[in-house]
Design a binder for this molecule. Structure first.
Ligand code: AKG
Length: 196
């Protein structure tokens, strides 16, 4: 991966896994529905002032968890710090996310190629953290038809993209069966965004 994309191998520490569990205890993982009516194979929750949600009405950020009507759990300091440091390492100084989407993949779950474009300011990067089971990250270009690179991601890896790459298509291949000492039969992904 080149240009405005950085792959920081092993940048994230194990302790984040506990903060994922704490967050999910307040705002449980759920399988959301796309505007087209498909149930996502990835289970999701959020923390921070804003959370990304999808339902039959569309994709958007919401200050409350639609399941509970309550604000999303606060973003743990460990998350904020990691996102800030990873972005800085990748050349995006001063990144202060206001949203963290937490994705949980069981074996077989995947994320189709998509762009993250529900945010207001595309000058801000995306910081994506992998925890638990390995995955193959698909990273393309500005058009869905562009050539896609397959990048193996392991526990602790962080990918940061912004600038000219901010709207690049990306996704995750179906997760293979496996067992991770910290996360069991799951892969977690934290995606930090500046939504507003
Ligand atoms: O799970 C990943 O590594 C990617 C997640 C993703 O593409 C997203 O949340 O937009």
């Amino acid at each position: 991966m080149t240009g405005d994309v950085a792959l920081l191998r092993g940048f994230a520490g194990d302790a984040l896994v506990d903060d994922v569990a704490r967050t999910a205890a307040s705002a449980p993982f759920r399988h959301m529905v796309t505007p087209g009516g498909f149930r996502m194979s990835v289970a999701m929750t959020n923390c921070g002032p804003l959370g990304w949600v999808t339902d039959r009405k569309g994709y958007r950020y919401s200050a409350v968890d639609p399941e509970s009507g309550q604000p999303w759990p606060a973003m743990p300091e460990s998350f904020r710090e990691l996102a800030y440091k990873a972005a800085r390492e990748a050349g995006f100084a001063g990144f202060t996310p206001d949203a963290c989407l937490i994705n949980r993949y069981a074996p077989g779950a995947k994320m189709s190629l998509h762009q993250d474009k529900d945010e207001r300011d595309f000058s801000q990067p995306l910081v994506s953290v992998s925890l638990g089971l390995p995955a193959v990250f698909l990273f393309g270009g500005l058009s869905r038809k562009d050539k896609v690179e397959r990048v193996p991601l392991r526990h602790g890896d962080v990918v940061v993209w912004g600038g000219a790459a901010r709207l690049f298509y990306h996704g995750i291949m179906p997760i293979k069966d496996g067992m991770h000492p910290l996360t069991g039969a799951f892969r977690f992904n934290l995606t930090f965004r500046r939504a507003q």
